[in-house]
Design a binder for this molecule. Sequence first.
Ligand code: FES
Length: 187
Amino acid sequence: MPAREYVTAARKPEPPMPASVAPDPYITRRRITWTAVCAFLGASVLMFIRFFFPRALFEPGTTFRIGQVSDFGLGVDERFRQSHRVWVVREPDRLFVILAKCTHLGCTPNWIESENKFKCPCHGSGYDMEGRNFEGPAPRPMDRAHVEVDSEGQVVVDVSRLFVCPPNGGCEFNHPQSFVTVSGGRG
Ligand code: FES
């Protein structure tokens, strides 16, 4: 008896996918690996560079212009408290600049216009409109900054040069560079 022959239907071979469509798994894996390696190296380099730029607060300069004397009305001007931590005080005959720093432990007092005084929120020290302490634990008036009028008539403040008024005498508030006269000249 002849061996039975099985005839199988010849399967039609599928046409090969174009090279541009069929992803090569080896190449794909290699790409993923290299992408991860490059990302890791990039992050490492960035962190290394960041090391040379420490997180530092860049404070405003110590010398700055505040405008002309005539730009200020009588009383306490708070325009520069946020940006430079100072108040500008204009009196009938002079203008001076108070550093907004309590002389007790360094908090920033608030100007309370209705009570015509500065009040420190930390321990309650009070200062009058000229920054002179009259209540609470503050040992002396708040310091004043160096001021001068430049050639363009602008008042220039330098908070790196302060005038102090110690409780035991030697007050510097009449120093000619601790204020400017309202006419723009020196007092
Ligand atoms: S810091 Fe102002 S009263 Fe203490």
